[in-house]
Design a protein around this ligand. Structure first.
Ligand SMILES: [Zn+2]
Length: 350
């Protein structure tokens, strides 16, 4: 117990960026790798960023009072905004726009497979200066899988986010369903990956009504007064609720703290190799499907122009005198289907 507390205390380096800067000039901004939007400098009626806290994840410290211990790095009235399960293009972008409008920052915990399915959106999250951690490879409940599978979920998830961003993410991990296990926690310790639980649950997965999301956050903060708030950026309710939630935090006098890592996560080469192979395999599957679709489209075009395709003949790919195949909408190369964390039947995730 003592060693855990000691490690937790040592594991934190608190950067009072704004507090120190505010002593010299009122207009000072937190020292961010990606600056806030230029318009933020002139805005006074926004939530903004209170300060930046650098987290040292050596030996896998754990945060979040709902499962671990009080977040000593947060003071009364301070919150950390977190978003799980994305990226999900439309809803993630709505969340990003709401955060930009209030000149504030958050931490995202993407699912590896979702990241591969929608890499541009995850890159946009990083580009806008938010911290990106990881939320496993395929959102399995660690309590119902083997130790080996749990390790794979962590490592492949990390390699996937690394692959998409082109750089290692923050060594910040959140368990799907917040379902930790002793063996997975031990593995995370050896890998210097910090574990982030929560204090406030928006319960956005239980509702499509943004008003409910707002009420859940505001009511829980009345008791908690500070903490890590959990949202899901693939939930329509959160995408719609975010402007009003951020406005409520502002008018309620809450301050947003931005978490950044002391050092990036380090992937394991063997999982990078597995991931790269999987990436190529799936790209290949989609490429051959595209060829078949193009051929089918060309065949249809020939029929429409009144020229029958002789049986057994290869349909012309682009007949100059027939209608051209219609360009197909650009699709993500891989959209995971039937996974339990997606919108359909998405109940029970924490
Ligand atoms: Zn989740």
């Amino acid at each position: 117990m003592t060693s855990k507390l000691g490690r937790g205390a040592l594991g934190l380096i608190i950067t009072w960026v704004f507090a120190l800067a505010a002593q010299s000039t009122e207009a000072a901004e937190p020292d961010l790798a990606v600056p806030l939007p230029a318009a933020c400098a002139a805005k006074t009626d926004v939530l903004g960023l209170s300060r930046v806290v650098e987290i040292d994840t050596t030996a896998g410290p754990r945060f979040g009072a709902s499962q671990y211990k009080d977040n000593a790095f947060l003071e009364d009235g301070e919150v950390v905004l977190t978003f799980d399960d994305g990226p999900a293009h439309k809803y993630t972008l709505a969340v990003l726009d709401a955060l930009d409008a209030e000149c504030t920052r958050a931490t995202f915990f993407p699912v590896g497979r979702m990241a591969l399915a929608d890499p541009e959106t995850l890159r946009e999250v990083a580009k806008r200066g938010h911290t990106v951690g990881l939320h496993s490879w395929s959102h399995k409940n660690f309590k119902s899988i083997s130790t080996a599978k749990g390790k794979e979920e962590i490592e492949l998830g990390l390699s996937a986010v690394n692959h998409v961003l082109g750089a290692p993410p923050a060594p910040f991990f959140r368990f799907p369903y917040l379902a930790d296990t002793k063996t997975a926690l031990s593995h995370l310790e050896t890998r210097n990956l910090g574990v982030f639980s929560i204090e406030v649950d928006s319960r956005d997965f239980t509702t499509r009504n943004p008003g409910n999301v707002l009420r859940n956050v505001v009511n829980q903060l009345k008791t908690a007064r500070k903490g890590i708030i959990l949202f899901h950026d693939l939930q329509p309710s959160t995408a719609s609720a975010m402007p009003s939630v951020l406005a409520a935090l502002r008018t309620g006098g809450f301050k947003v703290v931005h978490l950044i890592p002391k050092a990036p996560a380090a992937t394991l080469p063997e999982y990078d190799a597995v991931l790269a192979k999987e990436f190529e395999r799936r790209k290949g599957v989609v490429a051959s499907a595209a060829v078949s679709e193009a051929a089918a489209g060309a065949a249809k075009g020939t029929e429409a122009s009144g020229q029958a395709t002789p049986k057994g003949d290869t349909p012309p790919v682009a007949a100059s005198d027939g209608p051209k195949p219609r360009p197909r909408a650009k699709k993500p190369f891989w959209r995971p289907a039937g996974d339990d964390w997606q919108l359909r039947g998405y109940i029970g995730d924490e």
